[in-house]
Design a protein around this ligand. Sequence first.
Ligand SMILES: *[C@@H]1O[C@H](CO)[C@@H](O)[C@H](O)[C@H]1NC(C)=O
Ligand SMILES: *[C@@H]1O[C@H](CO)[C@@H](O)[C@H](O)[C@H]1NC(C)=O
Ligand SMILES: *[C@@H]1O[C@H](CO)[C@@H](O)[C@H](O)[C@H]1NC(C)=O
Ligand SMILES: *[C@@H]1O[C@H](CO)[C@@H](O)[C@H](O)[C@H]1NC(C)=O
Ligand SMILES: *[C@@H]1O[C@H](CO)[C@@H](O)[C@H](O)[C@H]1NC(C)=O
Length: 541
Amino acid sequence: MWTAKLLLISVAVVGPASPGFPKVIPTVGEVWPHPQMISQGDTYMIVRPSTFKFSVTGKDCDILQEAMKRYKDIMFQSSSHLKTNPKDIWRKDEAFSGYLDTVSINLMQPCEEYPHHDMDEQYEIKIDSPDQPGEGVILAQSIWGILRGLESFSQLLVSDGSAYQAKSTQIRDFPRFPFRGFMLDTSRHYLPISKILEHLDLMAMNKFNVFHWHLVDDQSFPYESAVFPNLSKEGSYSSIHVYTEKNISDIVEYARLRGIRVLPEFDTPGHTMSWGPGQPGLLTTCYKDGEPDGTYGPIDPTNNDNYDFLTTLFTEVTDRFHDHYIHLGGDEVSFSCWQSNPNISEFMKTHNISGEYEKLESVYITKLIELVSHLPNKNGYLVWQEVFDNGIQIAADTIVHIWKSETVPAGWKKEMSKVTQAGYKTVLSSCWYLNYIRYGDDWYKYYHCDPHDFEGTDAQKQLVMGGEACMWGEYVDGTNLIPRTWPRASVVAEKLWSSAAQTNSTEKAVPRLEEHRCRLLDRGFRVEPLWPSFCMSDVDL
Ligand SMILES: *[C@@H]1O[C@H](CO)[C@@H](O)[C@H](O)[C@H]1NC(C)=O
Ligand SMILES: *[C@@H]1O[C@H](CO)[C@@H](O)[C@H](O)[C@H]1NC(C)=O
Ligand SMILES: *[C@@H]1O[C@H](CO)[C@@H](O)[C@H](O)[C@H]1NC(C)=O
Ligand SMILES: *[C@@H]1O[C@H](CO)[C@@H](O)[C@H](O)[C@H]1NC(C)=O
Ligand SMILES: *[C@@H]1O[C@H](CO)[C@@H](O)[C@H](O)[C@H]1NC(C)=O
């Protein structure tokens, strides 16, 4: 009933006479990701950009002030198209329930400075609810909940051509998983800072809360260090393909204001080719026929200077990024170079681990973990699954990041069972490698993947912190990051925020996802289409 009426108004004012035959008819004013609890009535209030304001009735802070400014812009971005409506047509409509000129923001607890692993993101929204008729309220214990609530509120507004309508609504919402991450890779290609910020905006609009930044890898070292400036001098693609201390603090600040943690990854001992030229002695010298062959392998675990180097570097890194966690990598360590090096063979003999290269890796990771847990900030850490698979001793509160796909070797479901049975926390990425693309609707499989879909007790399921979508950068730079990633990532966002029952049907998701894609496009993001269809703003792309 309601939807039909609203569509009629909108079509009459801005729409075409005939909608053609799009594959999907979008919903109108539905929130993505789906709130845990939402009920809506048949009446609506009118929001007029010229008179609307937020009013702080609880605690206040810079994050809140910035957010209110930002959301007024987001909500009324397209209001220049609104036609003034002197006749006040709504008054004649029996569903019209008054003007919503003020929305109160009621933050109960003082703001925290940085988002963190245990942050509280619950919130409530009331618009013209039975207990507060004619009013609009966003309420939360924590600033992070207020941010999520503002996003949902902004999505409830629907333009009718001369103002915005907001249905009478009650929402009680909270995330299913505390860790809802997205990984970008800035080593295979440099990503412009403006694109990273745009990506953070989109993350906030989809309620992601962890930006996992895979900063460096074999191909380039764009992180500009003050303690070891030679790393990026020798290891970046060029002197302008770097992230300076200032650039990093800007990105961390931008993310903080949106309730997004920035989790840096410095992957070792493999994936470190670009580190070598700026730090002689760090990488293992590879041998052929008894002679160095001019190539290098993973970090040399037998050189004690390397642990001092890592302590100094990671002290700087953890200081710059503020998050309690750091990602230590540990994936895909190739043993062939270690095998070729006579000094390493000698070391292994004296340690009684001849021929057991997993044990050599273990020597390295154990020392790395030891030094990281004694950094001034007492950091926690994530590691890729191989660290667990290779039987390396890890601290009890390590988060094991599962990435290998269904086919290798026993599948992520068995891996989740094993990791949680051993008592470790975990984050799942296996089914959300968005860098794999193909023709057609690849988002269905992202929506069908559920991090709790493995054999295990309730206690084991409790150890699942959430999941993370990854966009590896071999074929991605500033030209295609945003369209290739979005709205495909929105699908992962909903799986991680909304309840299992709310996300068990792709059929129900389709018209909502279509609305959400058009919404992001309306907001100025060049996000790609999902199927044959149209949005009102796609004529101006
Ligand atoms: C950086 O490299 C230059 C030569 O390339 C060297 O002279 C200098 O000592 C290095 N600095 C550090 C801190 O290692
Ligand atoms: C990155 O930081 C440098 C200074 O450290 C600054 O000159 C440059 O403008 C920054 N880039 C952006 C995009 O902010
Ligand atoms: C191997 O060890 C010897 C003596 O311990 C040392 O002189 C040499 O530099 C080392 N070579 C490499 C490649 O680490
Ligand atoms: C290695 O093994 C030998 C003989 O089994 C033993 O004498 C020695 O103490 C061991 N060394 C280490 C470092 O464990
Ligand atoms: C999906 O969830 C609904 C409850 O919201 C339930 O009735 C239905 O059986 C579920 N379907 C599947 C396939 O799990």
